[in-house]
Design a protein around this ligand. Sequence first.
Ligand code: PLP
Length: 259
Amino acid sequence: MRPVVLCFSGLDPSGGAGLQADIEAILATGSHASVACTAITVQDSQQVYGFTATPTDLLLQQAQAVLQDLPVKVIKSGMLGSISNIDQLQQILSENSLKFVLDPVLVANSGGSLIPHSDLPASIHKAIKQLLPYADVVTPNSYELKQLTNIEDLDEAAKQLCAWGAKAVYVKSAHQSNLKYVCNRLFENGELVYSHTLPRLNAEFHGSGCSLASAIASKLAQGFSLMDACQFAEVWLQTCLKNADAPHQTGQLIPNRLA
Ligand code: PLP
C-alpha cells in the first residue's frame, strides 16, 4: 500500500486546518493518511470559539488500532489538546521506532489559542519540549519558536530546539509580515543546512502550517531525505496557497491542497 502517515491532530470543522488539512496534504502528495483525533475544535475560517480534548484513553485506543493494523512509517503531530495527550504521544513514540514530524501547534493562524486554558502555557511548553528528542524535524512558525524558547532571534531559537534534542528544525518565517519575502531555513544538529527565499503571498491562510508539516511527513514516509522532503513541501504548498479559496473578501483563505 502507499506509505502510511499517522497524524495526531484536531478536527477543525471549517476544513481549513487540523486533521482535514493533514489528510488532504498527505493524499495529494502520494501517501495514505490515518488519524488519531486529539481534539474537536469549534472554529470557522476566522476564529476559534473553543475545543474539547479527546480523552487520553480514547486517543490511545485510536492510535493502537492503527499501529497494530497499518504499516505506519511516520507519525506527524499537530494540535494535541492536553498535557495528558502529549504525555501519551511521548509514550507511543518511545515504544515505536518511527520517524516523527512535530508541528508544535499553540495557536491558530487566526490568533485563537489551541492549548487548554486550564493548563499554564509554561506547562504546555514543557510537555512539548519532552517530544523534541523523538523529532526527526520540528516545524514551528516564528510565534511558536519564540514561545517555546523565549528567544527572539529565530535562528538562535531553532538552534536551542536542536540543543534540547530535536534532530532538525525547519523554520518558517511566514508570520513575520514585516518581511517582503518568506525565508524558510532548515537546521540539522544545530547547523543551518538549507535556506530558501520565496515571495510573500499577500494573504492570511488557515491551515498552511498543518499542510506543510504533513507534506514533509508524507515525503519522509516515501523515503525522501529530510532536505528533499522540505524542498518538495514548500514548493507544493506555494501552489496550494496560490490556488486558495476565499470564503470572504477579507480574512483567511483556505489552501487548495488538491490544486
Ligand atoms: N490544528 C487545528 C485543529 C487547528 O484548528 C489549527 C488552526 O486553526 C492548527 C492545527 C494550526 O493551523 P495552521 O496550519 O494554520 O498553523
